[in-house]
Design a protein around this ligand. Structure first.
Ligand code: FAD
Length: 362
């Protein structure tokens, strides 16, 4: 298919935010086109592939609406379920946190969401990169297209956000992941300390091995990803595949996500839990809100600002709490001993609150 000259709603980026937006925009009756720069949706995987169970999503975001229907995902996307998550301190002290989650196959996951968007009536053009946005005109490597509404779901280094002169998240953390082959205990493990300053390294078990990777904050070190990867890989002692990396916005949502008839959503809007780097559930929740708002703009003339109000109503408060917790954590991250002591002081109960975006104190 060639790039059309005009469309009602153009979604840029085919990750969880973009596909959820495209699906709900098409369901709302608007003519919807989603473009994705990669030739194949979801490939390669750059993710820990860990998802919270629906009950956990409801506990983290109690104001999010219709969680069960949004996260009604087919069983073939599930690898294994886990009831506990292990947090390991710099001195390898183990904290077992009750947390219900499951591991997925992120490529199939993203492809499933894109197929839902197509079934709803959206058109998808892969291998099509957005180069720039000026007003309602979007330049791509296949030509220029005019859109009444533009949804920027193009990830952490969003071209759409940059073109619209929107703020960029202050703490962009490099992260990378790969698959390790072999047998692993069916418990996700997160390692804190100098192994990944300001972030953590992980082993997230799957049926056929484990997703392994790490993310760290550049605020604490000048070293690069490979400097951290090499000792972590030695510690793992397993054969690993090709490494894929990406930035993770870890400082909370940007101040403004709508400008004129354009909006940004998902990583492009900094909608990631800053306490743990998890962004798939919020990308889907906010993507659905964005798609509905875009359809309402086209079909009923409702201002796009409704999107900003609605995502802040559904997930904003929890993200604000998580930003405050993250600021406290950054003080602890400044030294190994300090981090060890902070983890002891927090204990399992408060760590559980922190990862669920709840106030740690009192
Ligand atoms: C190493 C790592 C591990 C992670 N682990 C987890 C995890 O276990 N659980 C979790 O919940 N979250 C995890 N995250 C975060 C999660 O991956 C993101 O928050 C989530 O993918 C956000 O979805 P999105 O749709 O906003 O962005 P993305 O998934 O990044 O999708 C953006 C899409 O836009 C496309 N795109 C980019 N630029 C353009 C352009 N110019 N034109 C057209 N298309 C474009 C990209 O190719 C991509 O497909 C991890 C992130 C990283 C980096």
């Amino acid at each position: 298919m060639d790039l059309p000259k005009k469309v009602e709603v153009l979604v840029i980026g085919g990750g969880p935010a973009g596909s959820s937006a495209a699906e709900h925009c098409a369901l709302g009756g608007a003519e919807t086109l989603m473009i994705e720069r990669r030739p194949k949706i979801g490939v390669p995987v750059r993710c820990g592939e860990y998802m919270p169970h629906n009950d956990e999503i409801r506990s983290i975001f109690p104001d999010a609406v219709d969680v069960p229907s949004l996260f009604d995902l087919p069983s073939y996307l599930r690898s294994i379920s886990c009831e506990v998550m292990q947090i390991l301190s710099p001195k390898m002290r183990v904290y077992d946190l009750p947390f219900q989650g499951w591991t997925t196959y992120r490529d199939r996951f993203d492809q499933h969401l894109a197929s839902k968007a197509e079934k709803a009536g959206a058109t998808i053009l892969t291998g099509t990169r957005c180069i720039n946005v000026k007003g309602n005109l979007v330049s791509t490597d296949l030509g220029t297209i005019e859109a009444k509404v533009i949804i920027g779901a193009d990830g952490p280094l969003s071209i759409v956000a940059r073109s619209l002169k929107l703020e960029r998240p202050a703490d962009m953390c490099p992260g990378m992941s790969t698959i390790a082959r072999g047998k692993f205990e069916p418990i996700p493990k997160m390692f804190f300390g100098s192994i990944a300053p300001g972030g953590y390294a992980w082993i997230i078990p799957k049926n056929d091995g484990a997703n392994v990777g790490l993310g760290y904050s550049k605020l604490f070190t000048e070293k690069n990803l490979h400097d951290f990867w090499i000792p972590f890989k030695e510690m793992l002692g397993h054969e690993t595949g090709h490494l894929y990396g990406k930035m993770i916005p870890m400082s909370g949502p940007i101040a403004r996500t709508v400008i004129g008839d354009s909006l940004v959503v998902g990583d492009a809007a900094g909608q990631v839990m800053p306490v743990n780097g998890g962004g798939i559930p919020i990308a889907m929740i906010c993507g659905r809100i964005a798609g509905r708002a875009a359809a309402d703009r086209i079909m009923k003339g409702v201002p796009l600002e409704e999107y900003e109000k609605e995502w802040r109503r559904q997930v904003g408060r929890q993200l604000e709490v998580a930003v405050k917790t993250k600021k406290l954590a950054m003080m602890a991250f400044a030294g190994q001993w300090r981090l060890e002591m902070a983890m002891r002081m927090l204990g399992v109960r408060r760590m559980g609150k922190a990862i669920r975006c709840k106030s740690v104190f009192p």
